[in-house]
Design a protein around this ligand. Structure first.
Ligand code: NAP
Length: 525
């Protein structure tokens, strides 16, 4: 079976043998994808000439209804998305829920909050600036939806959420979307887009889908388009520096990889509530999606005297955790997505091991439950420890995209802050402490290099949203190595799909124009 592409309002099968999609547990081929021979330029042209204009024909009040219908439709097909998650990603129920339910929640969230924008076809920003002595001439800033296409190039680990968290704010803005899922796990995104297309909820050209190589897609993007990319820092650099993207100053949003941190405060002795809470969080992070989340904790910083006890507590939980075929209901950790990712994990792990001791796991020959190690793509959950984080290199810059976490001892803030900062820009850090002065120093010391900081003290307890959990009301993205992008954060997400401009003109005309617009202050409420 070859999954067709949806371009120029029709389903088109790519040429050639295509790329196989495999079950990472059995190694069986499930389907094939190919973008060869697909007219990418024509697809982008139709999205610009028909899809976007049809979405923007009506004021902002229209898209929330479309999103609400998409939310209902996708929810009705949730079981099928779970089935494909198991087949193509080797996802446990918890893994599938994280991706699929996260996607559904995000679409419904934007359908709901988008209703605040009911009036107008553009947004007014701030107060008018008087530009003449008599007050007859003034300037007013506005934001208007981009008239191009939002091209989404996504990573393999979140085929459902990655598509939905980008598409919801784009559609709400009235911008047509062009979805290019990562090849290894394209089936789930394909199915979701297929369901949306078949429902007829969106006008022709408002959504396109290409599975397989992006080929020369970026040669055809234009000044009014934008590219929203999620994936590795390496591919991000290629996209950012693509000649046509540079030449036309195409807006690019990058969500790349990240060496995220969790920090245990000096006040959290073994057996204390916060110590136990972080042990639980680390266990969740290393097991969920087999560590294949961009937000997964990669480094845990613990006071040097607490490091050993922390390692023992996590190891004891890990030794009782079953790793293997998610069709077995006792299994809590599934495979990584394919053999190539497994090899990349082993390679990265070798580098980390050269500077760390192994506290748990680390074997390339371990036996997964109900799966053939030769055919499957498992990585044993592995806990490493470093007592010399300041002198180490790899632990701060090698992202092993699998169930691998390194514990690093610290003496005090003076070596903790520089070590965390050596992640060179991260999506998230979490800090567990009841010492408000310590929390304050950490936030001030690392805030500029992080997109999100989760502070947990005993008053919050287990009610925090989770280190690795991205909620649509809060910012997702991070500076530096993490790509420098920004997504979500409620209606702020619409900024990516709008362009700011100023109208300088007769004050009366500006008043009239402004009277038809919702205010951008809504984006920040
Ligand atoms: P990847 O290899 O960089 O691929 C990402 C996407 O880029 C895929 O759709 C890929 O298509 C496409 N691509 C590759 N080369 C391209 C090119 N020259 N032009 C245009 N598109 C191109 O990343 P991945 O292995 O799928 O994902 C894992 C990485 O993503 C990890 O490093 C993880 O940290 C990061 N990630 C970050 C976030 C975040 O929000 N910050 C979220 C999830 C994952 P093909 O698959 O067809 O090659």
């Amino acid at each position: 079976m070859k999954l067709p592409n949806y371009v120029s309002d029709k389903w088109v099968e790519g040429a050639g043998p295509g790329t196989p999609l495999v079950d990472p547990v059995t190694g069986d081929e499930l389907a094939r994808i190919s973008s060869d021979g697909v007219d990418l330029k024509a697809a982008l042209d139709l999205a610009r000439s028909h899809g976007g204009p049809a979405l923007r024909q009506l004021p902002y009040a229209h898209p929330p209804d479309l999103l609400a219908k998409i939310g209902e439709l996708l929810t009705a097909n949730r079981d099928e998305y779970f089935r494909l998650s198991l087949l193509n990603l080797g996802a446990t129920q918890a893994d599938a829920s994280f991706d699929v339910d996260g996607a559904l929640y995000t679409v419904k969230y934007y359908a709901k909050i988008g209703r605040a924008l009911a009036e107008g076809k553009m947004l007014k920003e701030g107060a008018p600036a008087s530009l003449s002595k008599s007050g007859v001439f003034a300037g007013q800033h506005f934001l208007v939806p981009a008239k191009g296409v939002a091209v989404f190039i996504n990573a393999f680990n979140f085929p459902a959420w990655g598509f939905c968290e980008k598409a919801a704010p784009a559609l709400l803005s009235g911008v047509a979307v062009f979805v290019k899922p990562a090849s290894p796990t394209a089936w789930l995104a394909h199915k979701m887009v297929e369901d949306v297309v078949k429902s007829g909820i969106l006008p022709p050209g408002a959504i396109s889908l290409v599975c397989g190589s992006a080929r020369e897609l970026l040669d055809h993007v234009r000044e009014e388009d934008l590219v929203s990319f999620t994936g590795s820092a390496e591919t991000a650099a290629r996209i950012r520096t693509h000649a046509n993207v540079v030449h036309r100053s195409v807006r690019v949003n990058i969500e790349a990889d990240s060496i995220n941190s969790a920090i245990l405060g000096p006040d959290c002795a073994p057996g204390s509530g916060l110590f136990d809470l972080l042990v639980k969080e680390v266990l969740k992070e290393i097991t969920l999606k087999a560590g294949q989340k961009c937000t997964t904790i990669r480094r845990v910083f613990a006071p040097r005297q607490t490091l050993k006890a922390f390692g023992e507590a996590v190891s004891s939980c890990l030794s009782a955790t079953k790793v293997g075929n998610p069709r077995n209901s006792e299994v809590k950790v599934g495979p990584v997505v394919n053999k190539a990712q497994q090899s990349a994990c082993f390679e990265g792990l070798k580098k980390l091991r050269s500077e760390c001791s192994v506290i748990f796991g680390g074997s390339e020959d371990f036996e997964p439950v109900d799966a053939d190690p030769q055919k499957s793509a498992f990585v044993q959950p592995t806990l490493l420890a470093s007592n010399d984080g300041l002198a180490s290199k790899y632990i701060h810059d090698v992202e092993v995209f699998g169930p691998v976490i390194t514990l690093i001892g610290y003496e005090g803030l003076k070596d903790l802050i520089p070590m965390v900062r050596r992640g060179s820009g991260s999506l998230v850090a979490s800090v567990f402490s009841n010492d408000s002065a310590f929390l304050q120093e950490v936030v001030l010391g690392i805030g500029d290099l992080h997109g999100r900081i989760v502070a947990v003290d005993s008053s919050v307890g287990a009610q925090h949203t989770g280190h690795g959990n991205v909620v649509p009301s809060c910012l997702h993205g991070g500076p530096g190595r993490a790509g420098g992008g920004e997504e979500l954060a409620g209606l702020r997400a619409l900024l990516l799909y709008h362009r700011r401009f100023v109208v300088q003109g007769p004050t009366n005309y500006i008043k009239e124009l402004s009277g038809q617009c919702a205010d951008t202050s809504l984006l920040y409420s």
